[in-house]
Design a protein around this ligand. Sequence first.
Ligand code: UDX
Ligand code: UDX
Length: 458
Amino acid sequence: MAFTKNILCIGAGYVGGPTMAMIAHKCPEYKVTVVDINAGRIAAWNSDALPIFEPGLLEIVGHARNKNLFFSTEIASHIAEADIIFVSVNTPTKTFGEGSGKAADLQYWEKTAREIVKASQSDKIIVEKSTLPVRTAEALERILNANDKNIHFEVVSNPEFLAEGTAISDLRHPDRVLIGSHETKAGLAARTIICDIYAHWVPREKIITSNLWSAELSKLAANAFLAQKISSINSISALCEKTEANVSEVARAIGADSRIGGKFLKASVGFGGSCFKKDIMNLVYICESYGLHEVAKYWSSVIAINEYQEHRFVKAMLTAMFNTVATKRIAIFGFAFKADTGDTRESPAIYIAQRLLEERAVVVVSDPQALQNARVDLKNAPGALEFVDDPYRAAAGAHAIAVCTEWELYKTLDYKKIFASMEKPAFVFDGRNILDHAALFEIGFNVFPIGKGALKHF
Ligand code: UDX
Ligand code: UDX
């Protein structure tokens, strides 16, 4: 069958892979190709052991792959044949030079833009999928359109709002799709073409259009607002622990106010993931560069509270366990930055494991999906470290369990059996408030939740 459009995505990561799989699945008349410089990743996309774990992903990839969805390392030839190019390469925080630790590192983006120019022979729409600083499109257009081939590139911003672990349902039923473009004739025409892709399955009223700069900034702002909600409730969790208020009750009561809303009010050991910290730092950097120092300070404090929360969790463990964890075996239940993903980028568990190792604890990391990443994250960590799949084996002989990821699995374990296998007094530090604290206390555990009173036998 002849395809009506050739869509290319550069970057086969957590964003590019699932998004293109959904477009291919919903738009059989389009040919969708995903390319990446990482040959191993492409090979994995072409196998049944996909490079990322995401519920429901394998099914939709399986349906479309080699029909209208292709994964390849041949970047130049696919650029040449594409009408629309989504760019979803990573934009990590800069680790060097000006803006180090805050600004986005745009080198991959710029390199990709130059590759696009080099390999193109016809006009194209370039879609920003990666999260980028506001006004990046301006620089990109200069690079793209400074070609002597008389080719026009129209840049559109279509930030992706999917969350890991729920990527497929987020893509299938998004709260909104945002498409920003220049409000010129060519910009509006490109906007319509991108809208038409999503209109295959997303109701028109959920497709929001805006100018380019609003779209770019909305992605940073949405992540900053979400992270701010978590930091807000986490700051209140500290106060709850001092006052016998219960953070879950407080969250329920305030979340019932529709102006506040009940989501993202789960107190935790802290937020992680590849986006929140990076995007807020980026926002802070942009504000600083415009001289908006108060605004920068305001958003920085969202990160400061997150670090405080991680720090507080370790401190609570130390205090409860008689101010020393040296030589004590501590089982970390969950290393992923959240449930239903193997991703550990910026996971609070990394900091917690490192701090416990510094305190000379014997750290046993357990996680149903993330052990491979955990090994890489902790490869330079000094001290006694084990990785154990089975949570029962991980907890055997331990003095404490620290729940860092809200995996369903941990709610359903036989804690009587676990208690029997542990050193006494046995501690549970529930960094996600997912366990039945009263039942654990009844079994004999000393239980330390987040933002509610501890249940202690002494
Ligand atoms: C990334 C960013 O983290 C996020 O901010 C942005 O919104 C989308 O891109 P993610 O998909 O999670 O999100 O990143 P990652 O899984 O690292 O995937 C990026 C892919 O791009 C990698 O597979 C990498 O090999 C590829 N890449 C990178 C290229 O193909 N070319 C490059 O020049 C650089
Ligand atoms: C986030 C945004 O939700 C998504 O829209 C954007 O595109 C990318 O960044 P993601 O990082 O995949 O997605 O995960 P998210 O579900 O937002 O969780 C981020 C972190 O916050 C996790 O560590 C999670 O455990 C934590 N969290 C979330 C809480 O601690 N409490 C909550 O109530 C919600």
